[in-house]
Every structure is written in structure tokens, then in C-alpha cells.
Design a protein around this ligand. Structure first.
Ligand code: NDP
Length: 335
């Protein structure tokens, strides 16, 4: 008989409009199987916006239920059929299909193919790796993309939208730690002090970017931007980049449409750089995680980190969908 473990399990039938969610014991038989199987005792996971979409039945994220969300997991290899990993190795698994249609990290055990598994970098603990999680990794990918576009600290202000969110808050901290002048845009009055403490040189309201404009160009203001909002906000940012500026776009909490002309691109030479963590190749993952564990290591994330148990997840799922969460929720799956 296979053993059981605790998981935050989401159920939905084809006719249900809403999901039902509970922390329950499930059997290892419910885990996926692959050509080579790495079974991992999960110690920590973290909550990302995508997890909340999966937990609430968004078919663009998860097609088949019952399901265990959780796109992030950090833990210790229990068994391995691959010679790349041995029992006892400390590892990170992030994105690919984890938590989407493969049972994810909101559980004490996951099973994934070896190609999704990364050794935990020495400079981070399992807990610290999940304070960052997909959010921190995505923020670091965005910074890396802007630097690749030639962004230098002297270039001027870099605006970060959705700045109190998971990716946004870490982007503020990372950019500031690397010497950039960061302007944090937030819809939360209560987040201003925190964003200043992460290194923002000033904080502006979300409404600075929320009015649609028919003008093809706006006053050139930003050297660069990291945007998780999309829609009108992203269009406004592209129109108000300075000559040669770049925006790293990773999210769509405010909208998926992009209503623009080509003028910002052909008159100001600006760049729109897409950021994707989910299918990011393993070599790039290792490079970025190595930076996060060394030169880019952040030591000021305590104030934006709250640790929760599996039993406290459901409330956090609702809160992240309402845009209310400030910073990161690490899930201590064994507490
Ligand atoms: P969070 O919920 O933690 O952060 C999103 C933030 O956006 C909120 O905290 C809020 O910040 C702001 N916000 C929320 N609703 C709105 C709105 N209607 N209009 C404008 N701003 C809003 O989510 P994550 O950081 O986990 O993810 C953010 C986005 O990035 C999601 O779309 C997610 O799917 C995507 N994502 C993409 C990745 C990739 O690889 N491309 C990886 C990770 C996430 P504030 O109150 O400060 O304005």
C-alpha cells in the first residue's frame, strides 16, 4: 500500500463553476510519473498569483481536477531513478508544469522528472529559496533582461509597477541593491513605508499609469521599467520611456491587451522585453539562481515575508486574488 501525505487539494467537476478546497491526506498514487522520477519531500513552497488561479479553477492554468497547486517547491530528494540526483540532495523545483497540471508544491511530497530539478544553490537555505521562489526568480530575470539591454545605474529612474506584489517587491529590492534609482508604483497606501525600506527612492500611486491616453507618445520619463500589470499601464510605460529605454514585461494583473502605435519603438528606440519563468531553460535558471544566492543576494526581505501553513493557504489564495497581499507568503508545508 502506498503511503499518504498532506496536501492542499482542489476539486471541481466539469459542471462546477467554483472549486472546493481542503487540506487532506492523499496517496502517493496520485503523483505523476515520468521516464525518470525524482520524489521530493517538500519542506517549503510559496504562494504566487498563478497558484491562486489554479486553486480557483482557471482553465488557462489547470485543466484537470482534483489537483494540488503550488508552482514552487524546495525540499530534499526522497528517491531518485536518475543518476543526476541522490536521496538526501537539497533541491528546488519551480514552474515548468509543476502546480499547473502536475501535482504541485502545496503538499508534503512531489514527484517530477529530473529535468525540472535544480540543486539548491549553496548560498541560500531551503527557506530563503522559497522567500524568493518563482517571484524572486522572475524579478531577477527582469533585472538580467534590462542589464542585457544596456541599462546602467546612471540612466535615471526605473519604475516598478505592482510594486507591493510578490515579483514587484523583490524587483524593487533587487534593483535598489544594484544601485538603480527605483520608483515603486503601488495601489496600496499602506505599502509606501515598506517600499521605501526595500530601497525605493520614491513611491507613486497605481493611478499614475491607469488612464488610457490616445497620444502615441508621452513625456519621456523612465530609463526602464519592470511591469507586472500589463494593459493600459504597460502601454503608458512604453509611451513614457526615455530614448533607448526598455521595459521588462512579465505579468497581466491589470489586463492582457496592449493598445499602442509603433512610434515609441521607431522614434525613441525603446524595447519591450518579455520575461518568462515557466519555460526558462535550465542553464539560465542555474545562472540566475546562482546570482540570487551570491552577488544579488538580498538580506532585507524579512519585512515582506510571512510564513504560513498549508491550513492557512486558502485565506491567502483569496487575498492574493483581491490584490491584497504585500510581499511574499512562504508555505511551511510540514508545520
Ligand atoms: P501578486 O498578486 O503578488 O502581485 C501583483 C500586484 O499587482 C499586486 O500586489 C498589486 O500591487 C498589483 N495589482 C493587483 N491588481 C491590480 C490591478 N487590477 N491593476 C493594477 N495593479 C494591480 O502577484 P505575482 O507577483 O505573483 O504576479 C504578478 C503577475 O505576474 C501575474 O499576472 C502573474 O501571473 C505574473 N507572473 C508572471 C511570471 C512570468 O514568468 N512571466 C512569473 C510570476 C508571475 P500594488 O497594490 O502594489 O499595485
Amino acid at each position: 500500500m502506498s503511503s499518504t501525505f498532506r496536501a492542499y487539494r482542489v476539486s471541481k467537476t466539469d459542471t462546477d463553476t467554483a472549486t472546493t478546497r481542503q487540506v487532506t491526506h492523499i496517496s502517493e498514487d496520485t503523483l505523476a510519473t515520468f521516464e525518470d522520477n525524482i520524489t521530493i519531500d517538500v519542506h517549503y513552497s510559496s504562494l504566487n498569483y498563478k497558484d491562486a488561479l489554479s486553486a480557483t479553477g482557471n482553465p488557462g492554468v489547470t485543466k484537470t481536477y482534483p489537483h494540488t497547486p503550488g508552482i514552487d517547491a524546495a525540499g530534499i530528494v526522497q528517491t531518485s531513478t536518475s543518476d543526476k540526483f541522490q536521496a538526501g540532495d537539497e533541491v528546488i523545483v519551480m514552474s515548468y508544469d509543476l502546480g499547473m497540471n502536475t501535482p504541485g508544491g502545496f503538499a508534503e511530497v512531489i514527484r517530477v522528472p529530473a529535468s525540472w530539478v535544480m540543486p539548491k544553490p549553496a548560498g541560500l537555505s531551503l527557506f530563503e529559496s522559497m522567500v524568493l521562489g518563482t517571484a524572486g526568480f522572475t524579478a531577477a530575470l527582469a533585472l538580467d533582461a534590462l542589464i542585457s539591454q544596456g541599462l546602467e545605474a546612471e540612466a535615471g529612474e526605473v519604475v516598478v509597477t505592482g510594486a507591493s506584489g510578490g515579483v514587484g517587491s523583490i524587483a524593487v529590492a533587487l534593483l535598489a541593491a544594484q544601485g538603480f534609482e527605483v520608483v515603486a508604483s503601488t495601489g496600496k497606501q499602506a505599502a509606501h513605508d515598506l517600499l521605501n525600506s526595500l530601497g525605493a527612492s520614491r513611491v507613486v500611486g497605481r493611478d499614475a499609469f491607469s488612464e488610457a491616453s490616445s497620444r502615441p507618445l508621452l513625456k519621456g520619463t523612465w530609463a526602464a521599467a519592470v511591469d507586472g500589470v500589463g494593459g493600459v499601464a504597460l502601454a503608458n510605460i512604453i509611451k513614457s520611456l526615455k530614448y533607448g529605454g526598455a521595459v521588462a514585461a512579465y505579468g497581466l494583473v491589470g489586463g492582457a491587451e496592449l493598445d499602442l502605435t509603433v512610434f515609441p519603438f521607431i522614434l525613441r528606440g525603446v524595447s519591450l522585453v518579455g520575461v518568462d519563468s515557466a519555460e526558462c531553460p535550465m542553464a539560465k535558471r542555474v545562472e540566475i539562481w546562482h546570482k540570487l544566492a551570491s552577488d544579488w543576494k538580498l538580506t532585507n526581505l524579512d519585512a515582506i515575508t510571512q510564513t504560513i501553513s498549508l491550513d492557512e493557504l486558502d485565506e491567502a489564495v483569496e487575498a492574493i486574488l483581491r490584490g491584497e497581499i504585500l510581499g511574499r507568503r512562504v508555505v511551511d508545508v510540514r508545520s
